[in-house]
Design a protein around this ligand. Structure first.
Ligand code: GLV
Ligand code: MG
Length: 307
Protein backbone atom coordinates (compact mmCIF):
# COMPACT_ATOMS: atom_id res chain seq x y z
CA UNK A 1 0.00 0.00 0.00
CA UNK A 2 1.28 3.46 -0.78
CA UNK A 3 0.44 5.43 2.36
CA UNK A 4 1.12 8.75 0.62
CA UNK A 5 -2.29 8.60 -1.01
CA UNK A 6 -3.93 6.03 1.26
CA UNK A 7 -5.34 8.06 4.15
CA UNK A 8 -5.80 11.76 4.61
CA UNK A 9 -3.85 13.17 7.55
CA UNK A 10 -4.14 16.94 7.10
CA UNK A 11 -5.18 17.40 10.73
CA UNK A 12 -4.09 14.86 13.35
CA UNK A 13 -5.64 15.59 16.73
CA UNK A 14 -3.67 14.77 19.89
CA UNK A 15 -6.02 13.63 22.66
CA UNK A 16 -4.78 12.81 26.19
CA UNK A 17 -5.96 9.23 26.75
CA UNK A 18 -6.57 9.85 30.44
CA UNK A 19 -8.99 12.76 29.98
CA UNK A 20 -12.58 11.64 29.22
CA UNK A 21 -13.73 15.22 28.61
CA UNK A 22 -11.16 15.72 25.84
CA UNK A 23 -11.93 12.29 24.37
CA UNK A 24 -15.62 13.16 24.20
CA UNK A 25 -14.90 16.56 22.64
CA UNK A 26 -12.61 14.97 20.04
CA UNK A 27 -15.50 13.00 18.54
CA UNK A 28 -17.13 16.24 17.38
CA UNK A 29 -14.09 17.74 15.62
CA UNK A 30 -13.66 17.70 11.83
CA UNK A 31 -10.17 16.19 11.89
CA UNK A 32 -8.85 13.62 9.40
CA UNK A 33 -7.12 11.60 12.11
CA UNK A 34 -6.57 11.51 15.84
CA UNK A 35 -4.44 9.68 18.35
CA UNK A 36 -5.29 8.84 21.93
CA UNK A 37 -2.11 9.52 23.88
CA UNK A 38 -0.58 7.24 26.48
CA UNK A 39 2.82 8.97 26.39
CA UNK A 40 3.74 12.53 27.33
CA UNK A 41 0.20 13.82 27.97
CA UNK A 42 -0.40 11.12 30.62
CA UNK A 43 1.20 11.22 34.09
CA UNK A 44 3.16 8.09 35.15
CA UNK A 45 0.64 7.18 37.85
CA UNK A 46 -2.23 7.41 35.34
CA UNK A 47 -0.74 5.15 32.66
CA UNK A 48 -2.70 2.05 33.55
CA UNK A 49 -6.05 3.78 33.93
CA UNK A 50 -5.41 5.60 30.64
CA UNK A 51 -4.84 2.29 28.78
CA UNK A 52 -8.27 1.07 29.84
CA UNK A 53 -9.92 4.41 29.07
CA UNK A 54 -8.38 4.31 25.58
CA UNK A 55 -9.65 0.78 24.93
CA UNK A 56 -13.15 1.81 26.01
CA UNK A 57 -13.08 4.99 23.88
CA UNK A 58 -12.08 3.05 20.74
CA UNK A 59 -14.67 0.35 21.29
CA UNK A 60 -17.44 2.84 21.99
CA UNK A 61 -16.92 4.17 18.46
CA UNK A 62 -18.38 7.41 17.16
CA UNK A 63 -15.16 8.26 15.30
CA UNK A 64 -16.61 8.31 11.78
CA UNK A 65 -14.07 7.72 9.02
CA UNK A 66 -11.16 9.28 10.92
CA UNK A 67 -7.85 7.44 11.16
CA UNK A 68 -7.80 6.01 14.72
CA UNK A 69 -4.40 5.77 16.41
CA UNK A 70 -2.98 5.35 19.89
CA UNK A 71 0.40 6.71 20.91
CA UNK A 72 2.15 4.20 23.16
CA UNK A 73 5.10 5.04 25.37
CA UNK A 74 8.61 5.02 23.95
CA UNK A 75 10.65 1.86 24.02
CA UNK A 76 13.08 3.09 26.67
CA UNK A 77 10.20 3.19 29.17
CA UNK A 78 8.78 0.33 31.23
CA UNK A 79 5.29 0.86 29.80
CA UNK A 80 5.47 0.14 26.07
CA UNK A 81 4.86 -3.62 25.92
CA UNK A 82 1.86 -3.41 28.21
CA UNK A 83 0.46 -0.43 26.28
CA UNK A 84 0.60 -2.42 23.04
CA UNK A 85 -0.83 -5.63 24.49
CA UNK A 86 -3.66 -3.96 26.41
CA UNK A 87 -4.72 -1.69 23.55
CA UNK A 88 -4.46 -4.18 20.69
CA UNK A 89 -5.95 -7.12 22.58
CA UNK A 90 -8.71 -4.89 23.90
CA UNK A 91 -9.52 -2.78 20.85
CA UNK A 92 -7.45 -4.04 17.89
CA UNK A 93 -10.51 -4.29 15.65
CA UNK A 94 -11.25 -0.59 16.21
CA UNK A 95 -7.70 0.68 15.78
CA UNK A 96 -5.87 1.69 12.60
CA UNK A 97 -2.35 2.56 13.80
CA UNK A 98 0.00 2.81 16.74
CA UNK A 99 2.22 5.87 17.05
CA UNK A 100 5.67 4.93 18.34
CA UNK A 101 7.41 7.98 19.85
CA UNK A 102 11.14 8.76 20.08
CA UNK A 103 12.12 6.12 17.53
CA UNK A 104 15.90 6.23 17.45
CA UNK A 105 16.68 3.16 15.34
CA UNK A 106 15.02 0.65 13.05
CA UNK A 107 15.12 -2.21 15.59
CA UNK A 108 12.45 -0.42 17.65
CA UNK A 109 10.03 -0.45 14.73
CA UNK A 110 10.81 -4.11 14.03
CA UNK A 111 10.14 -4.95 17.68
CA UNK A 112 6.71 -3.33 17.45
CA UNK A 113 6.00 -5.05 14.12
CA UNK A 114 6.76 -8.47 15.64
CA UNK A 115 4.70 -7.84 18.77
CA UNK A 116 1.76 -6.67 16.64
CA UNK A 117 2.00 -9.78 14.45
CA UNK A 118 1.84 -12.02 17.52
CA UNK A 119 -1.15 -10.22 18.99
CA UNK A 120 -2.98 -10.15 15.66
CA UNK A 121 -2.47 -13.91 15.36
CA UNK A 122 -3.51 -14.54 18.96
CA UNK A 123 -6.75 -12.58 18.79
CA UNK A 124 -7.66 -13.42 15.19
CA UNK A 125 -7.10 -10.02 13.56
CA UNK A 126 -6.08 -9.77 9.93
CA UNK A 127 -2.26 -9.96 9.72
CA UNK A 128 -0.66 -6.57 9.19
CA UNK A 129 -3.87 -4.59 9.59
CA UNK A 130 -2.48 -2.29 12.27
CA UNK A 131 -0.11 0.33 10.91
CA UNK A 132 2.77 2.14 12.57
CA UNK A 133 3.55 5.85 12.67
CA UNK A 134 7.13 6.57 13.77
CA UNK A 135 7.97 9.81 15.52
CA UNK A 136 11.40 11.19 14.67
CA UNK A 137 12.24 13.39 17.60
CA UNK A 138 15.84 13.09 18.59
CA UNK A 139 19.27 13.34 17.02
CA UNK A 140 19.71 9.55 16.76
CA UNK A 141 16.33 9.16 15.13
CA UNK A 142 17.26 11.71 12.49
CA UNK A 143 20.66 10.15 11.84
CA UNK A 144 18.96 6.75 11.37
CA UNK A 145 15.85 8.00 9.60
CA UNK A 146 16.44 6.14 6.31
CA UNK A 147 16.66 2.74 8.03
CA UNK A 148 13.70 3.60 10.26
CA UNK A 149 11.54 4.51 7.25
CA UNK A 150 12.32 1.16 5.63
CA UNK A 151 11.94 -0.95 8.79
CA UNK A 152 8.44 -2.40 8.33
CA UNK A 153 5.67 -2.68 5.75
CA UNK A 154 3.32 -1.53 8.53
CA UNK A 155 4.81 1.97 8.48
CA UNK A 156 2.41 4.62 7.21
CA UNK A 157 4.05 7.85 8.25
CA UNK A 158 7.04 9.56 9.79
CA UNK A 159 6.06 12.24 12.27
CA UNK A 160 8.37 15.10 13.22
CA UNK A 161 8.37 15.74 16.99
CA UNK A 162 9.67 19.30 17.24
CA UNK A 163 9.59 19.74 21.03
CA UNK A 164 11.60 16.64 21.87
CA UNK A 165 13.85 17.18 18.87
CA UNK A 166 14.73 20.74 19.86
CA UNK A 167 15.52 19.53 23.37
CA UNK A 168 17.60 16.65 22.01
CA UNK A 169 19.91 18.89 20.00
CA UNK A 170 20.03 21.50 22.81
CA UNK A 171 18.49 24.26 20.71
CA UNK A 172 18.56 27.52 22.67
CA UNK A 173 14.86 28.38 22.71
CA UNK A 174 11.65 27.55 24.53
CA UNK A 175 9.19 28.26 21.69
CA UNK A 176 8.36 25.19 19.63
CA UNK A 177 8.29 25.77 15.89
CA UNK A 178 9.47 29.38 15.91
CA UNK A 179 12.94 30.26 14.65
CA UNK A 180 15.43 30.30 17.57
CA UNK A 181 16.43 33.86 18.51
CA UNK A 182 19.83 34.79 17.10
CA UNK A 183 19.61 32.49 14.06
CA UNK A 184 19.00 34.94 11.28
CA UNK A 185 20.46 33.20 8.23
CA UNK A 186 17.51 31.04 7.11
CA UNK A 187 15.13 28.41 8.41
CA UNK A 188 16.68 26.55 11.35
CA UNK A 189 14.41 23.54 10.68
CA UNK A 190 14.90 23.13 6.96
CA UNK A 191 17.45 20.32 7.16
CA UNK A 192 15.45 18.32 9.70
CA UNK A 193 12.19 18.67 7.79
CA UNK A 194 13.70 17.75 4.41
CA UNK A 195 15.57 14.81 5.90
CA UNK A 196 12.32 13.39 7.33
CA UNK A 197 10.32 14.18 4.20
CA UNK A 198 12.78 12.58 1.78
CA UNK A 199 13.19 9.46 3.94
CA UNK A 200 9.41 9.14 4.08
CA UNK A 201 8.89 9.61 0.35
CA UNK A 202 11.74 7.26 -0.55
CA UNK A 203 9.73 4.56 1.21
CA UNK A 204 6.22 5.53 0.10
CA UNK A 205 5.27 6.98 3.51
CA UNK A 206 3.41 10.07 4.57
CA UNK A 207 5.22 12.87 6.42
CA UNK A 208 3.42 14.63 9.24
CA UNK A 209 4.53 17.77 11.08
CA UNK A 210 4.28 17.82 14.88
CA UNK A 211 2.54 20.23 17.22
CA UNK A 212 2.57 23.98 17.65
CA UNK A 213 2.26 24.56 21.38
CA UNK A 214 1.06 28.19 21.26
CA UNK A 215 -2.48 26.85 21.10
CA UNK A 216 -4.28 30.20 21.13
CA UNK A 217 -2.08 31.69 18.42
CA UNK A 218 -3.69 30.37 15.23
CA UNK A 219 -1.45 32.65 13.17
CA UNK A 220 1.68 31.01 14.57
CA UNK A 221 0.13 27.60 13.82
CA UNK A 222 -0.74 28.61 10.27
CA UNK A 223 2.74 30.06 9.66
CA UNK A 224 4.40 26.86 10.74
CA UNK A 225 1.90 24.67 8.83
CA UNK A 226 2.38 26.66 5.61
CA UNK A 227 6.12 26.02 5.70
CA UNK A 228 5.81 22.23 5.91
CA UNK A 229 2.83 22.07 3.54
CA UNK A 230 4.87 23.96 0.94
CA UNK A 231 7.67 21.39 1.23
CA UNK A 232 5.24 18.51 0.74
CA UNK A 233 4.24 17.37 4.23
CA UNK A 234 0.78 15.78 4.39
CA UNK A 235 -0.49 17.32 7.62
CA UNK A 236 0.19 18.48 11.13
CA UNK A 237 -0.76 17.63 14.67
CA UNK A 238 -3.44 19.81 16.19
CA UNK A 239 -3.80 20.32 19.93
CA UNK A 240 -6.80 22.61 20.03
CA UNK A 241 -10.11 22.91 18.14
CA UNK A 242 -8.98 26.37 16.94
CA UNK A 243 -6.17 24.80 14.88
CA UNK A 244 -8.31 22.27 12.99
CA UNK A 245 -9.74 24.40 10.18
CA UNK A 246 -6.33 25.96 9.50
CA UNK A 247 -4.69 22.53 9.15
CA UNK A 248 -7.43 21.20 6.86
CA UNK A 249 -7.10 24.22 4.64
CA UNK A 250 -3.33 24.58 4.56
CA UNK A 251 -2.56 20.94 3.71
CA UNK A 252 -5.22 20.60 1.02
CA UNK A 253 -4.44 22.10 -2.37
CA UNK A 254 -6.28 25.31 -3.27
CA UNK A 255 -9.41 24.50 -5.33
CA UNK A 256 -7.90 26.26 -8.34
CA UNK A 257 -4.67 24.17 -8.15
CA UNK A 258 -6.67 20.99 -7.72
CA UNK A 259 -8.85 21.77 -10.76
CA UNK A 260 -5.75 22.54 -12.78
CA UNK A 261 -4.10 19.28 -11.71
CA UNK A 262 -7.11 17.27 -12.87
CA UNK A 263 -7.02 19.15 -16.18
CA UNK A 264 -3.32 18.34 -16.62
CA UNK A 265 -4.03 14.65 -15.97
CA UNK A 266 -6.86 14.58 -18.52
CA UNK A 267 -4.88 16.50 -21.14
CA UNK A 268 -1.80 14.35 -20.71
CA UNK A 269 -3.73 11.11 -20.82
CA UNK A 270 -5.41 12.20 -24.06
CA UNK A 271 -2.03 13.20 -25.52
CA UNK A 272 -0.29 9.92 -24.69
CA UNK A 273 -3.08 7.48 -25.46
CA UNK A 274 -5.08 9.03 -28.31
CA UNK A 275 -2.36 11.12 -29.95
CA UNK A 276 0.57 8.92 -28.86
CA UNK A 277 2.73 11.87 -27.88
CA UNK A 278 5.02 12.20 -24.85
CA UNK A 279 4.77 15.98 -24.60
CA UNK A 280 1.84 18.29 -25.23
CA UNK A 281 0.91 21.96 -24.79
CA UNK A 282 -1.86 23.01 -22.40
CA UNK A 283 -2.29 26.73 -22.97
CA UNK A 284 1.23 28.15 -22.54
CA UNK A 285 2.42 25.22 -20.49
CA UNK A 286 4.35 22.24 -21.83
CA UNK A 287 3.37 18.96 -20.21
CA UNK A 288 5.44 15.81 -20.09
CA UNK A 289 5.61 12.73 -17.88
CA UNK A 290 7.10 14.73 -14.97
CA UNK A 291 4.20 17.20 -15.16
CA UNK A 292 1.82 14.24 -14.90
CA UNK A 293 3.57 13.07 -11.71
CA UNK A 294 3.38 16.53 -10.12
CA UNK A 295 -0.29 16.81 -11.06
CA UNK A 296 -0.96 13.38 -9.60
CA UNK A 297 0.36 14.53 -6.21
CA UNK A 298 -1.88 17.61 -6.10
CA UNK A 299 -4.87 15.68 -7.46
CA UNK A 300 -4.28 12.87 -4.92
CA UNK A 301 -4.21 15.33 -2.01
CA UNK A 302 -7.29 17.09 -3.36
CA UNK A 303 -9.26 13.88 -3.84
CA UNK A 304 -8.32 12.73 -0.32
CA UNK A 305 -9.54 16.08 1.00
CA UNK A 306 -12.84 15.66 -0.85
CA UNK A 307 -12.35 18.60 -3.27
C1 GLV B 1 5.92 15.72 19.99
O1 GLV B 1 5.85 14.63 20.46
C2 GLV B 1 7.04 16.59 20.20
O2 GLV B 1 7.94 16.20 20.95
O3 GLV B 1 7.03 17.69 19.62
MG1 MG C 1 7.56 14.18 21.73
Amino acid sequence: MNAVVARSRRSVLAVPGSNPRFVEKARGLEVDAFFLDLEDAVAPLEKDAARHAVVAALNEGGWGGRVRSVRVNDIASEWTYRDVITVVEGAGANLDCLVLPKVSDASQVRWLDTLLSQIERAVGLEQGRIGIEAQIEDARGLVNVDEIAAASPRLESLVYGPADFMASIAMKTLTVGEQPPGYDVGDAYHYVLMRILTAARANGLQAVDGPCLQIRDVEAFTRSARRTAALGFDGKWVLHPGQVAAANEVYAPAQEDYDHAELVLDAYEYATTVRRRGAVMLGDEMLDEASRKMALVVAGKGRAAGL
